[in-house]
Design a protein. Structure first.
Length: 137
């Protein structure tokens, strides 16, 4: 990657080059991969930058514990347009009331992942031997 480009922009560009998202089945290696491409030598610094990008609405991460399973761009890595303050008719500004939530595609992806997990848990549950209650005769 170009050393003249800010590291945060390198992260966004890397994700674009990967089709907008990277993922790991076991939650290992994603931040190390980004670090090697962008020149971060300290993973905690990189994780801080990723958290900042997420707070700014540029990326979405799926993190469980210390493992990162997915990092994806939101809005192609562009800052979301902030809703403008509106006027209430009396000259006073009224602040925007809501922050944009997840996209429909993200919600569908989450539903699909949860459905797959429920199916997996149901099959595991069916494999567990059932205990029989004994009745005294």
């Amino acid at each position: 990657m170009n050393a003249g480009v800010a590291r945060r922009d390198q992260i966004i560009q890397f994700l674009r080059e990967q089709g907008g998202a990277i993922q790991s089945r076991d939650g290992r290696g994603l931040t190390a991969e980004i670090a090697s491409v962008t020149g971060y030598h300290d993973l905690s610094t990189l994780n801080g930058m990723l958290a900042r990008l997420e707070r700014e609405g540029l990326i979405k991460r799926v993190v469980r514990g210390k493992r990162t399973y997915r990092i994806s761009l939101l809005n192609d890595g562009q800052p979301a347009a902030r809703p403008r303050a509106r006027h209430d008719g009396g000259g006073d500004e009224v602040a925007p009331s809501a922050v944009a939530g997840p996209s429909v595609a993200e919600l569908r992806e989450t539903i699909a992942a949860l459905t797959a997990r429920v199916d997996q848990l149901e099959s595991l549950l069916q494999a567990v031997p059932r205990r029989r209650k004994w009745r005294a005769s």
